[in-house]
Design a protein around this ligand. Structure first.
Ligand code: PEP
Ligand code: MG
Length: 589
């Protein structure tokens, strides 16, 4: 039994250990087999039957997951049913069978290959990972061509085990997780925004992805430890290591139990000042999990996902289904739906956008939406239609100048008039806000804020543009400092300007999820902190452990310091002097 330690990307925190179970890869690697022209019709009938079987199977699985885990987790199957109904995808399969006179298995393999390549060409991780949904559906259709070859995904397993896979298919993750016997997950492929990662997080199953080749180094029955917090996987550890991780696991479990208790506590500082922890989500599935972590609303729904659940352009009804689901699940809490932030490097196969030399400075977000007004109007109509419960708000990303807000408002009015004419109900008072992510917009916050109902500061982009540091470039990541004095001055200006105008302001970038940064933001006057739901408990604990009065003083004094490090040290030292038990670093105790 070989002892190995591997590093990957920890996407769901905690430690799980137990016997390893390898799940097999999807089999979409058929050999080319020609058929005679006379067999084409029979072959197409096989495809039709397999699609029907797949549809029934997906409906059945949806039912099973709804019963076992609740309706919120069955959304993946709706997405898969939509892919199954996608005309252009199935036209390509039929055309391949007809044109090349080949078996359906080969046509499915080819078409899948084509879609994988199209998705691979997308730089954005979140988008790229949606390709597994297409493989998942096509793999299921392929298995249903010969229904006797039962997929292992449906094999029942009672034993508790650690799943190890090359790539965990979204539907398979849902099925296996729903049976409640998965201790942890480790995969070769995947990233933090894959369905498996999101689902694992929402069910508190530790997971490490992006391990490259773990499947080639292990076998069924090996003992494995998955440390989802530190992104490590250990196979066949000696006793000493096993003991070390057992006690680490106890510490983590205790830490998470304690932290999660804060979900039920009031969001107030020691001197009873109310703050609002809000959630950033990327899938409608995440709403319930967000509330269980203590979210008091959805501060940012990254609506890009709608473009990914289908290989053709999403229709108004597709948008509407997702927004309504979120609005209902969150009701009466508010839901801020951000209009799509695609274009630039986040391009999509169905949109055929030209590659740009400098995508971060290119046609993305609202620039893209104003260039493709028909698509934008579809999204605005759906958001308005989902607003009947009156808890939906709109958020426009990447605003650079006031003129863009004017154009958005004109379009918005146009869409409202259309809906009125069609006698479709919506919230006439639906508020409209913008994200402050471009330094030029930040500098004219006083002008912009008068045009809108609220602001949300997207610090991820704002910092990258302000400091001229690519947020995903590891060579310059040492310069990416949210506590850089110039960043702090800019953010203080935005927050205080908005508040002076009597407008709501939130921060929805990663900064809100960092305990020290959250304190600084609180000191600036911020009360709305929107973040990945798993960080809500620690931010809540941090803000509950301090007095606003102290924080304001400490933060104001830190504004005169020269470097990010000075700011950090001064805040820690001075807060601890007043509140020795303050939870400043969010660390595992
Ligand atoms: C941001 O830029 O801070 C933000 C929240 O948007 P995204 O991370 O989706 O670009
Ligand atoms: Mg952004």
């Amino acid at each position: 039994m070989t002892f190995i330690r591997l590093r990957g990307n920890g996407v769901s925190p905690g430690i799980g250990m137990g016997e390893l179970s390898l799940t097999e890869p999807v089999l979409l690697a058929a050999r080319r087999e020609s058929i005679s022209p006379a067999s084409v019709d029979a072959e197409l009938r096989r495809l039709k039957k397999a699609v029907e079987r797949t549809k029934n199977e997906l409906l059945q699985l949806k039912q099973e997951i709804t019963v076992n885990m609740g309706e919120e987790h069955s959304f993946i199957f709706d997405a898969h049913l939509l892919i199954l109904e996608d005309r252009s995808l199935f036209d390509s399969i039929q055309n391949a069978v007809r044109g090349e006179k080949v078996r359906v298995e080969w046509a499915l393999t080819q078409v899948n290959q084509k879609y994988q390549e199209l998705f691979d060409a997308i730089a954005d991780d979140y988008f790229r990972q949606r390709k597994s949904d297409v493989s998942d559906v096509l793999g299921r259709v392929s298995a249903n061509l010969e229904p006797k070859m039962k997929r292992r995904a449906e094999q029942d397993r009672e034993k508790k085990e650690v799943l190890v896979a090359h790539e965990m298919l979204p539907s398979e993750a849902a099925i296996r997780f729903s049976r409640g016997n998965v201790l942890a997950v480790a995969t070769d492929m995947g990233g933090p925004t894959s369905h498996t990662a999101i689902l694992a997080r929402s069910l508190s199953i530790p997971a490490v992805v992006g391990l490259h080749n773990i499947t080639q180094q292990v076998k069924n029955g090996d003992f494995v430890i998955v440390d989802g917090t530190d992104g490590e996987v250990i196979v066949n550890p000696p006793l000493a290591v096993r003991k070390e991780f057992l006690s680490k696991k106890e510490r983590y479990d205790h830490y998470f139990r304690e932290l999660k208790k804060t979900a039920k506590l009031k969001s107030v500082t020691l001197d009873d000042v109310k703050f609002f922890p809000l959630a950033n989500i990327e899938l409608p599935d995440e709403v319930e999990m967000a509330f269980s972590f203590g979210a008091e609303g959805i501060g940012l729904f990254r609506s890009e996902f709608i473009y990914l659940q289908s290989t053709s352009l999403p229709k108004e009804e597709d948008h509407l289904a997702a927004y309504s689901r979120i609005a209902k699940a969150a009701y009466p809490a508010p839901v801020y739906i951000r209009t799509i932030d695609i274009g630039g490097e986040k391009s999509l196969p169905q949109l055929k956008i030209e590659k740009e030399p400098n995508p971060a400075l290119g046609l993305r977000a609202i620039r893209f939406s104003l260039r493709h007004r028909d698509l934008f109007k579809v999204q605005l109509r759906a958001i308005l239609r989902a607003s009947v419960l009156k808890n939906v708000r709109i958020l426009i990303p990447m605003i650079t100048e006031v003129e863009e807000i004017g154009e958005v408002k004109l379009l918005f009015e146009e869409v409202k008039k259309e809906l009125e004419k069609e006698r479709i109900k919506f919230d006439r008072q639906i508020p409209l806000g913008v994200m402050i992510e471009v330094p030029a917009a930040a500098a004219i916050t006083d002008i912009i804020v008068k045009e809108v109902d609220y602001l949300s500061i997207g610090t991820n982009d704002l910092i990258q543009y302000y400091l001229a540091v690519d947020r995903s470039n590891e060579f310059v990541s040492y310069l990416y400092k949210p506590l850089h004095p110039s960043v702090l001055r800019l953010i203080r200006f935005i927050i205080q300007t908005a508040l002076r105008e009597g407008k709501d302001v939130a921060v929805c970038g990663e900064m809100a999820a960092d305990p020290l940064c959250a304190l600084v933001l609180l000191g600036f006057g911020l009360r709305k902190f929107s973040m990945n739901p798993i960080f809500i408990p620690r931010i809540k604990k941090t803000l509950r452990s301090v007095e606003l009065k102290t924080v304001e003083k400490v933060v104001e004094e830190a504004m005169n310091l020269k470097t990010a490090q000075d700011v950090e040290e001064s805040i820690i030292e001075r807060i601890l002097a007043k509140h020795p038990k303050a939870f400043l670093l969010g660390q595992v105790m």
